[in-house]
Each structure stands twice: as structure tokens, then as C-alpha cells.
Write a protein that binds this ligand. Structure first.
Ligand SMILES: [Zn+2]
Length: 239
């Protein structure tokens, strides 16, 4: 026996709900949350690497400057020493002055050497940090890619299922008159999806009230829109 419009409507609603479930599944993919979290973590790692690299560049530049200063200091020490110990200067006051200058330069040389050692240690630590961060970024990026592939596969699967549901729904809708369909769609909107409910043993499947006999009798042939007098849903007699 061919299905009546009301029975078709119940089928249609089933497909609409399936479609809504698929849409929800698409919007709430668990793997998407993982992707979002990983992307946020990756952004933090990348910012941290950028900071480390900036620190590295700055320290390298400072070290180079310190090395230049050291070179200049060493040259100055050599120049004064040569003069001082070459025997050309004989004035005791001048000798004393040069010795004082030499002492200052030696102290400055020691300070610069210490600074350079400190900078070398810092550069080493920053380089190792940059390497660790680079490795972590590499791992996270590859994990992200595999998660995205997983997500894309899942999305394709759901979309294909959805397209089947839509096709089936369209075919079904074509068999239902425009007026009945419009009433169903408005009601589905008002009721949050559930617009057609089974009528079994005289009880509305939507709000569970016992319906009067005359209403059940009118609904029984399923050949016209009969609505529950309590919740307003369209009744589809099922037994
Ligand atoms: Zn009802």
C-alpha cells in the first residue's frame, strides 16, 4: 500500500532529524577541538622561538662588540707596554702615569673577557633552547597535519552522508503537497524539530495526552493534517 502524505511526513521528519544530527556532528567534531588546542600551543611555541632568536641575535651582536673592545684594549696595552718597557720614556712621572693607565686597561681587559665568556654561555643556552623549540614545533606541526587529515576525512564522510540524506529528503518532499509541507516546516521550526508525532493507543507521541476518540478517528486514515489539541503537533496514526 502506498504511503499517505502524513506517513511520508513522518519519514521526512526522520530524515530532517538525521540531517540535524549530521550538522551538529560536523560543527562539534572532537578532532577540531584538538586541532584548535594544538594550533594555540603551536602559536605559543613559535612566539617563544621568535623571542629566543631575537635574544640570540642581540647577544651575538653584544658579544661581537665586546670582542672589538677587547681587541682595542689589547692593542692599547701593547702600545703602552712597548713604549714603557722600550726605554724611550725616562720621566718618572710619565712612567707612573703610563703604569696607571696600563693597570686600568688590564682591569678593563679582564672585565671584557669575563663578559665575553658570559655571553658565550648565554649564546650556547639560547641555541640549545632554540633547537628544543624547533624540535617541538616540528613535532606539533606534523601532529597538526595528521589531525587535519583526520578531520578532513571525517568531514568528507559526514558530508557524503548528508548529501544522501538531502537527496532522499528531496525525493520524499516531492511527493508531499506544498501546503502540507509548509505547515510541517513552520511547525518544525516552532517545536524545535518535532512536528509530526506517532499516535498510538490514542495517546499523542509528542505530549502524551490521551486524545478524544473523535480526533483519533479523524487521524486514523492518515490522509489529512490532524493536530494534537494539546501540543499542536501533526498526528500520524500508527496503531
Ligand atoms: Zn500532543
Amino acid at each position: 500500500m502506498a504511503m499517505t502524505e502524513i506517513q511520508l511526513l513522518l519519514e521526512l521528519q526522520h530524515l530532517d532529524m538525521q540531517r540535524q544530527r549530521l550538522e551538529r556532528a560536523l560543527a562539534e567534531l572532537p578532532v577540531q577541538k584538538e586541532i584548535d588546542d594544538l594550533e594555540a600551543a603551536l602559536a605559543v611555541l613559535r612566539a617563544s622561538l621568535a623571542d629566543t632568536n631575537a635574544g640570540l641575535a642581540r647577544t651575538r651582536k653584544e658579544q661581537k662588540e665586546a670582542e672589538w673592545s677587547l681587541k682595542e684594549t689589547v692593542t692599547a696595552i701593547e702600545t703602552i707596554s712597548t713604549k714603557l718597557y722600550g726605554g724611550a720614556v725616562t720621566n718618572p712621572r710619565e712612567i707612573e702615569g703610563m703604569q696607571g693607565k696600563l693597570k686600568m686597561l688590564e682591569a678593563s681587559k679582564a672585565r671584557l673577557e669575563d663578559r665575553i665568556i658570559g655571553q658565550m654561555e648565554e649564546i650556547e643556552a639560547l641555541e640549545s633552547q632554540a633547537k628544543t623549540l624547533g624540535d617541538e614545533i616540528g613535532q606539533a606541526a606534523s601532529k597538526l597535519e595528521s589531525l587535519k587529515n583526520m578531520r578532513d576525512a571525517k568531514v568528507a564522510e559526514i558530508e557524503s552522508e548528508m548529501s544522501d540524506v538531502v537527496k532522499e529528503r528531496d525525493a520524499l518532499a516531492a511527493k508531499i503537497s506544498a501546503g502540507v509541507l509548509a505547515r510541517y516546516e513552520q511547525l518544525a521550526k516552532d517545536k524545535g524539530g518535532l512536528a509530526v508525532v506517532p499516535l498510538r493507543d490514542g495517546i499523542c507521541g509528542g505530549c502524551h495526552v490521551v486524545l478524544p476518540t473523535f480526533l483519533v478517528a479523524r487521524a486514523k486514515p492518515n490522509d489529512q493534517v490532524v493536530r494534537c489539541e494539546s501540543c499542536g503537533r501533526i498526528l500520524c496514526w500508527v496503531g
